[in-house]
Design a protein around this ligand. Structure first.
Ligand SMILES: Nc1nc2c(ncn2[C@@H]2O[C@H](COP(=O)(O)OP(=O)(O)OP(=O)(O)O)[C@@H](O)[C@H]2O)c(=O)[nH]1
Length: 843
C-alpha cells in the first residue's frame, strides 16, 4: 500500500502540513508531524476534505477560484461519471460548483491555444480536459484519484501543461499560498512526473504569460460556454496571481539540462566519473554503455584513451586527443624528419664466452684499422673507438662482454647497433655464449658470429655452426640468415671480412641519424679526474655536440668545456656515432645516462627535478617483477609478459623447466610466460643483470646464486627463486599467475661455511669447517653446495667447537660439523646455513 508523507500531501494539496495533520486528526487518523507517513485512506480523506471545501465554497475564492472552474465547466458531466467510477468527486464537484464562473471570454486565447496545439486538441476529447488527463492517471495509479486537486494547486504547471485545467479551486482557496509557492521549488518534482506523460517537451513549453492563459485555452471549445466575459475578467483582475504562475512556470519548474558537448578532449586515461561529467551524461548511463561495449568498469576506474574515445563516439561526441602529459624530469625528444636522416657509423659490441678472444679481437681490429698517421697511431682508452674500413667508419665499444652491454640496457640505454659474438673454433658454444645470444636477442640487436681461433689445430667451424643452430643462429651457408665469419684474432686473419660484414649489416639496417640538431647521446663511462674534474665519455647518437653547448646527463649538467676523441685529439664538435670525452659537467653522471644538449635554464630545472625524483625513488622500492605480487601487477596492468631466467644443474632440467613453464601459457590469457634465458650452472651476476634489464625473475633449479649474484640480486631487487623439485617451481609460477600464491615462509640466509678438512672418527665423518660469513647455528638448516650446484639439503646433526657442542659459530671461527643423513661431504664444499621465516602478509 502506498505511503505518503504529510509534507508531501501538504505540497500536493498546496497547503501546510499543519492543515493536513489537523484534517487527519479530526478524522481520527494519526499524524504527528510533517514527516509522518499516512496511507491511501488518509490521502482519500484529505482529498475528500478538499473536494468538499471546493464544493461547499463555490465562491469562496476570489477571482482565482473562478479562474479555474471556468475551464472545468464542461468536464462536469464526464467527471461526475468518472467520480461514479471511483474517481474523485472533487473534480466533478469543482466543475459543478462553478457554472456561474464559466461565462468567460475564452475565445481569444482559446483560439490561440488551438493554433498552438492543434494536435493535442485533436487527440483529446475536447470537452473533458480532466478526462483527457484522467485515463493516464488511472492507468498509472488507479488508487490515486486525488490528482485533481493536486493539479489544481499547480497553476503554473498547468500553464505549461495545457491539459490541466482545474487549478482554480485551490488557488481560490489559498491565494496566499500561491505567493508562498512562488518561493518553493516543489514544482520541480511535479514536473518530471508529468513530463513523460502529457506534457510537451521542456524546450517547447511556453514561458510567456499569454501562453499561460493560452494553456487554459487549450481546452476544448466547449469551454467557451458562458465563461468568456468572466474568465477574461478574472485574468484581468488577477494579474499578480498570473504573474506568480508565470514566474514559477518559467523558472524553477523547468529542469535545465546542460547542453551536451559536441566534442571532448581526452588524455591518456580518464576515470568513468570524469568522463561522464565531460560527456554531461549520467554515470550509470556511461557504465551501461561500457557494459554494452564489453567493458565492466566501476565509477572510479581508469579508462584508456581508446576505450574512452570509443565510448564518446557511441554518444555521438567527437574526440580530440590531448598531448601526453609532460614529465618534468624528462626532456622531450626531438622527432627527426626522415628526410633529415643520414647514414651514421654502426656501433658494435663484442660478446662471447670467457677466453674465446674478445679482447684479442678488439685489439687486433684496433691495431689493424686505426691508421697510424692518425695521432701517431696512439689510441686513447675512452671506452669506445672508431675504425675505418673501406673508407667507412665503425665504432667499437671497448668493454667486451654482454655484462656491460646489459648493465647499460638495464639503465634504459641502448647504444649497440650490432653484436659480434665471438666463439672459439676449438672450444664451441659455452654457457656465456648462450647468455650473450639471449642478451642480444632480448635487446633486438642483430648478431654477427666471429668464429675465432681458426689458426688453432682443433678448429672446427662446422661444429660451431651446428651448435649455434640449436640457438636459432643458422649460418647463411647452412640455409639460414646468420652471418658467420671465421677469424683469427691472433693471426689477424678474417678481420677485414668481419668488418665488411658489419658494414653490410649496418647498411641493411639503415642506421641513420640527423646530424643537424641539438646533440643526444649516451654516457659510456664517467669518472672524477683529479685534475680535470668530472670526465664523461659520451657516444653522440643524434645531432652534433659542440664546445659551449649546455648539456644534461642524469642529474649532472654543465657546459661543454673541452672534448677529446678516441685518438686523444681535442675536437670542437662530435657528430652522430662519435665517442668523445667531455669535460665541463658539474657532477659525475652514470654510465647509461642519456646526455642531451639543451637550454641552460631547462638543464638546471630538469636536473633539480631529477635529484628530487631520485630521492623519492630511493625511498620507494623499484617495482620489479616478483612472484609474491605478480598477480597484483597483472591486475594493475603492469605486466603482460612474465619474463623468466632459468638456471639449473643439468641441461635436462633446464629443458624440462622451460617446457613446463611455457606450457602454462595454454591456460593463462592475461600473462604470457617468456623465457629470456635458460642455462646450466650457478646463477651469476650476468643472469641478475639480464633479469634486471628484462624485468625478469630468476628460477634456479638445484643451483645457487654466487656471492656477486646474490649481492646484485639484492641491489637490483630481483626475485631469485630456488627449487629442488620442478613441480614446486611450476606450482609457484602458476599460482602466482592466478593470484593463488600464498607463500608462508621465506628462506633467510644465516651464513656460509667452507669445508676445509675431513676427519673420520668411529665411522662418523666430521667436517672441519670455517665460517666465511654470517654464522651457523645448531638449529640451522643446511645446504651443501659443490661448484655452484646443490648436492644436499637437510639439517645439522651436530655443531662443535673443539670438543664442545655449541649453539652457534660466527664468521672467522672454525668448527666441526656433521650433517644429518649425509656423509658424502668433500673438502671445498660450501655449506649454506639458513632458516625459514614466516612472511608477513602484504598490505
Ligand atoms: N691461437 C689463438 N689464440 C687466441 C686467439 N684469440 C685469442 N687467443 C688467446 O686466447 C686467450 C684469451 O683471449 P682474450 O682475448 O683474453 O679472451 P677474452 O674473451 O677477452 O677473455 P676474457 O676477457 O677473460 O673474457 C689469450 O691467451 C689469447 O692469446 C686466436 O685467434 N688464436
Amino acid at each position: 500500500m502506498s505511503k505518503y508523507r504529510i509534507y508531501e500531501l501538504a505540497k500536493d494539496f498546496n497547503t501546510t502540513s499543519k492543515v493536513i495533520i489537523d484534517i487527519l486528526n479530526r478524522n481520527n487518523m494519526e499524524a504527528k508531524n510533517h514527516m509522518s507517513s499516512v496511507d491511501e485512506d488518509a490521502k482519500n480523506v484529505i482529498t475528500r476534505t478538499f473536494a468538499h471545501k471546493i464544493t461547499s465554497t463555490p465562491t469562496a475564492g476570489t477571482s482565482t477560484i473562478e479562474n479555474k472552474p471556468r475551464t472545468q465547466e464542461q468536464p462536469t458531466q464526464t467527471t461526475r461519471s468518472a467520480g461514479n467510477d471511483g474517481r474523485p468527486q472533487a473534480l466533478s464537484n469543482s466543475g459543478e460548483q462553478r457554472p456561474s464562473s464559466n461565462p468567460q471570454p475564452q475565445r481569444p486565447w482559446q483560439s490561440q491555444s488551438n493554433q498552438n496545439r492543434p494536435q493535442q486538441n485533436q487527440q483529446r476529447p475536447p470537452q473533458t480536459p480532466f478526462q483527457g488527463q484522467r485515463p493516464q492517471q488511472n492507468t498509472q495509479n488507479q488508487q490515486r484519484p486525488p490528482q485533481a486537486p493536486f493539479q489544481g494547486q499547480r497553476p503554473q504547471q498547468n500553464t505549461q501543461n495545457q491539459q490541466r485545467p482545474p487549478q482554480a479551486p485551490f488557488q481560490g482557496q489559498r491565494p496566499q499560498q500561491n505567493t508562498q509557492n512562488q518561493q518553493r521549488p516543489p514544482q520541480q518534482n511535479f514536473q518530471p512526473r508529468n513530463a513523460g506523460t502529457q506534457q510537451p517537451p521542456v524546450q517547447s513549453r511556453p514561458a510567456a504569460p499569454p501562453n499561460k492563459f493560452q494553456s487554459n485555452n487549450n481546452r476544448p471549445t466547449n469551454n467557451n460556454n458562458a465563461q468568456r466575459n468572466q474568465g477574461g475578467g478574472n485574468f484581468n483582475r488577477r494579474p499578480q496571481a498570473n504573474r506568480g504562475f508565470q514566474s514559477r512556470g518559467a523558472a524553477p519548474a523547468v529542469k535545465i539540462e546542460p547542453p551536451k558537448p559536441k566534442s571532448v578532449k581526452l588524455g591518456e586515461s580518464i576515470t568513468v566519473k570524469e568522463l561522464s561529467s565531460k560527456l554531461c551524461r549520467d554515470v550509470g548511463e556511461v557504465i551501461k554503455k561500457l557494459m554494452m561495449l564489453g567493458v565492466m568498469a566501476t565509477i572510479n576506474q581508469d579508462l584508456d584513451f581508446e576505450t574512452a574515445s570509443l565510448l564518446a563516439t557511441e554518444f555521438g561526441v567527437e574526440v580530440l586527443e590531448l598531448p601526453p602529459e609532460e614529465d618534468p624530469t624528462e626532456i622531450a625528444e626531438i622527432e627527426d624528419d626522415p628526410s633529415s636522416l643520414v647514414l651514421r657509423p654502426p656501433v658494435v659490441t663484442v660478446m662471447g664466452h670467457v677466453d674465446h678472444g674478445k679482447t684479442s679481437l678488439l685489439d687486433s681490429i684496433r691495431q689493424t684499422h686505426v691508421t697510424s698517421q692518425e695521432a701517431g697511431g696512439i689510441t686513447q682508452h675512452i671506452g669506445a673507438y672508431k675504425v675505418t674500413c673501406q673508407g667507412k667508419k665503425i665504432v667499437f665499444l671497448d668493454t667486451p662482454g654482454h655484462e656491460a652491454f646489459t648493465a647499460m640496457r638495464a639503465r634504459g640505454a641502448q647504444v649497440t647497433d650490432i653484436a659480434i659474438l665471438v666463439v672459439a673454433a676449438d672450444d664451441g658454444v659455452m654457457p656465456q655464449t648462450i647468455e650473450a645470444i639471449n642478451h642480444a636477442k632480448s635487446a633486438n640487436v642483430p648478431i654477427i658470429v666471429a668464429i675465432n681461433k681458426m689458426d688453432r689445430p682443433g678448429a672446427n667451424p662446422d661444429r660451431i655452426k651446428q651448435q649455434l643452430s640449436d640457438y636459432g643462429l643458422v649460418a647463411e651457408d647452412w640455409g639460414g640468415e646468420a652471418i658467420m665469419v671465421p677469424v683469427s684474432a691472433q693471426k689477424k686473419t678474417g678481420i677485414n671480412e668481419l668488418l665488411e660484414m658489419i658494414l653490410l649489416v649496418a647498411e641493411m639496417q639503415e642506421i641513420k641519424a640527423n646530424p643537424n640538431r641539438q646533440a643526444y647521446g649516451t654516457i659510456i663511462e664517467a669518472k672524477l679526474d683529479k685534475g680535470r674534474g668530472p670526465v664523461a665519455t659520451v657516444l653522440v647518437q643524434k645531432g652534433t655536440l659542440h664546445i659551449g653547448d649546455t648539456i644534461i646527463a642524469g642529474i649532472a649538467y654543465g657546459k661543454v668545456r673541452a672534448m677529446v676523441n678516441d685518438r686523444g685529439e681535442k675536437v670542437k664538435k662530435a657528430e652522430p656515432s662519435t665517442p668523445v670525452e667531455v669535460l665541463g659537467l658539474a657532477d659525475v653522471p652514470q654510465a647509461g645516462d642519456v646526455l642531451v644538449a639543451v637550454d641552460e635554464k631547462i638543464a638546471r630545472a630538469v636536473a633539480e627535478k631529477r635529484i628530487a625524483k631520485r630521492r623519492t625513488d630511493e625511498l620507494m622500492q623499484s617495482q620489479k617483477v616478483s612472484l609474491d605480487d605478480l598477480f597484483k601487477q597483472i591486475q594493475d596492468g603492469n605486466i603482460q609478459d612474465l619474463n623468466i631466467v632459468i638456471k639449473a644443474d643439468v641441461q635436462g632440467s633446464v629443458e624440462a623447466l622451460r617446457q613446463s613453464l611455457l606450457a602454462l601459457n595454454a591456460n593463462n590469457k592475461e600473462v604470457r610466460v617468456n623465457i629470456v634465458h635458460a642455462g646450466v650452472g650457478a646463477i651469476n651476476e650476468s643472469d641478475v643483470m639480464l633479469a634486471s634489464a628484462a624485468n625478469a625473475l630468476i628460477i634456479g633449479f638445484n643451483v645457487r646464486p654466487d656471492g656477486n649474484a646474490r649481492k646484485a640480486g639484492e641491489s637490483e631487487k630481483i626475485d631469485i627463486r630456488l627449487y629442488r623439485v620442478i613441480y614446486e617451481a611450476l606450482h609457484d609460477v602458476e599460482a602466482a599467475m592466478t593470484g593463488m600464491l600464498a607463500p608462508e615462509y621465506k628462506e633467510v640466509l644465516q651464513g656460509r661455511v667452507e669445508i676445509r678438512q675431513l676427519f673420520t672418527i668411529s665411522k662418523v665423518v666430521i667436517a672441519g669447517a670455517y665460517v666465511l660469513e654470517g654464522k651457523i647455528l645448531n638449529s640451522s638448516q643446511v645446504r651443501v653446495i659443490r661448484n655452484g650446484i646443490v648436492i644436499h639439503e637437510g639439517e645439522l646433526e651436530s655443531l662443535r667447537r673443539f670438543k664442545d657442542d655449541v649453539k652457534e659459530v660466527a664468521a672467522g671461527y672454525e668448527c666441526g660439523i656433521t650433517i644429518d643423513k649425509f656423509r658424502d661431504i668433500k673438502e671445498g664444499d660450501i655449506i649454506e646455513a639458513f632458516t625459514m621465516e614466516e612472511i608477513k602478509p602484504k598490505g
